[in-house]
Write a protein that binds this ligand. Structure first.
Ligand code: ADP
Ligand code: 5GP
Length: 198
């Protein structure tokens, strides 16, 4: 499929991916579209089905995977997550830059496809700050928080391997991180803005 290149945002849970991507979606209406993933985890307060995630059951999701409906899927912190083909196609059909928020397993699996996205990793300044952000967010049980911190250790190690990401952004100051993210996407943003003019 032609059109602007998609963007994969990855990085530890709590690093600030949703915060940054929501800012992009708000500041650039008509430029970006979010690929809504499927998950078996429960919705957090304020999350909407079909907007933040397609909340589903393990059985239904496995059935979709078996039918070949998913580009990639992974187990994270005791739940299933996955990107359906239609979630990406819906955004790309509108000629928008498709943003995917996936974990490091998703990154590796997407590399096996022909999606050809720009890969950006959002990292926290330190494990201590990550833990504080996750605790302050008040969305996780102690068990889920510990699983996320464990996954974060693996993510932080693997994300620095050469060639995995086009850019690794340390999200210390939010505005600075956002500027860096915008900069790496500038070319694609301009393409869509030009196309919108004509
Ligand atoms: P993710 O989507 O990567 O799991 P979130 O975007 O939910 O992470 O961010 C985790 C928490 O940290 C949220 O409560 C968010 O408001 C906060 N946060 C994000 N970026 C920053 C930052 N640069 N400085 C301080 N707090 C931040
Ligand atoms: P959360 O439960 O905090 O929303 O997400 C937990 C982790 O799952 C995050 O690292 C997020 O990037 C990842 N994730 C969300 N959707 C998908 C997906 O469709 N595929 C994969 N592989 N990971 C996902």
């Amino acid at each position: 499929m032609s059109g602007p290149r998609p963007v994969v945002l990855s990085g530890p849970s709590g690093a600030g991916k949703s915060t940054l991507l929501k800012k992009l979606l708000k500041d650039y209406e008509g430029v970006f579209g979010f690929s809504v993933s499927h998950t078996t985890r429960n919705p957090r307060p304020g999350e909407e089905d079909g907007k933040d995630y397609h909340f589903t059951t393990r059985e239904a999701m496995q059935e979709g995977i078996d039918k070949g409906d998913f580009i990639e899927n992974a187990e994270f912190s005791g739940n299933m997550y996955g990107t359906s083909k239609s979630s990406v196609e819906d955004v790309r059909a509108k000629n928008l830059i498709c943003i995917l928020d996936v974990d490091i397993q998703g990154v590796r699996n997407i590399k096996q496809t022909d999606l050809d996205p720009i890969y950006v990793s959002i990292q926290p300044p330190s494990m201590e700050i990550l833990e504080k952000r996750l605790r302050d967010r008040q969305t996780e049980t102690e068990e889920s928080l510990q699983k996320r911190l464990e996954a974060a250790r693996i993510d932080m190690e693997e994300s620095n391997e050469p060639g995995v990401f086009d850019l690794v952004i340390v999200n210390d100051d939010l505005d600075e991180a956002y500027e860096k993210l915008k900069n790496v996407l500038l070319e694609e943003i301009q393409k869509v803005q030009e196309a919108n003019k004509s």
